[in-house]
Design a protein around this ligand. Structure first.
Ligand SMILES: C[S@@+](CC[C@H](N)C(=O)[O-])C[C@H]1O[C@@H](n2cnc3c(N)ncnc32)[C@H](O)[C@@H]1O
Length: 218
């Protein structure tokens, strides 16, 4: 099944802009679990891949991070980067948001972060890109620090299975209609030799199933 190229993802999310936050009706339940299980109060350096409008980061600053913690977000969409920079302006001394070309973050320093977050981004990447971004996440995280992911997943009951297969079908015909996203189960992408799973769950909101995965970097 084809996925959006990085250029197509950029065009799609430049068009979507702040409307992305209207997806909170099904995302919030999963991202709240990420916040609950990600132990962000003890984090000193957080990296977010595909930060969108900066909504998750703002919540981190307002409710979880210590006064000394730093945040770095990246996104492929210039419009998203501008939105995130503006939402995070009150925290600009400790928050930076960078535009990328969509590549895995291979220019980031090794063992320099204690949280690697990505919400609803892996579900629009190719399997090769998912593996490549996870390799970088493992390299960037300090030992025993946490990978924190959420995204659209395969369904768990009758309705969510039907919704998941409808989303997959739409994505295969006209990916931009669903922001390039399709259900992807992330657990099989984490080799046991590299990651120890601390929390894994699926939640269903309005028929849409999301996976939440928190794993410790071995
Ligand atoms: C569905 S939105 C999710 C945004 C945000 N994480 C959230 O939960 O609201 C996907 C985001 O990932 C960004 N994105 C897509 N492909 C990317 C890539 N290869 N590298 C960085 N960002 C990417 C998009 O521009 C968009 O902001």
């Amino acid at each position: 099944m084809g996925t959006l190229s990085h250029q197509e993802a950029r065009r799609t999310y430049d068009r979507i802009g702040s409307l992305q936050d209207s997806q909170r009706f099904y995302e919030d339940q999963a991202t709240s679990l990420v916040l609950q299980h990600g132990d962000f109060t003890s984090a000193e350096s957080v990296f977010e891949f595909g930060c969108g409008t900066g909504r998750f980061a703002l919540r981190l600053f307002e409710e979880y991070l210590s006064d000394t913690a730093n945040y770095r977000g990246v996104d492929v969409s210039p419009r998203m980067v501008r939105l995130a920079q503006s939402h995070l302006a009150p925290h600009s001394a400790r928050a930076e948001v960078i535009l990328t070309e969509g590549e895995p973050p291979d220019g980031e320093p090794s063992e320099s972060y204690d949280r690697f977050v990505s919400n609803y981004v892996f579900d629009l990447l190719s399997h090769d890109d998912i593996r490549a971004v996870l390799r970088e996440a493992h390299r960037m995280l300090r030992p025993n620090c946490l990978l924190c992911l959420s995204g659209i997943s395969s369904g768990t009951g009758f309705i969510s299975r039907i919704v998941a297969s409808a989303v997959s079908r739409i994505q295969s015909i006209r990916p931009s209609l669903v922001g390039g996203c399709r259900p992807v189960d992330l657990l099989p992408f984490l080799p046991k030799s590299k990651w120890q799973v601390r929390h894994h769950s699926k939640v269903v909101a309005f028929g849409i199933s999301s996976e939440v995965l928190i794993a410790k970097r071995c």
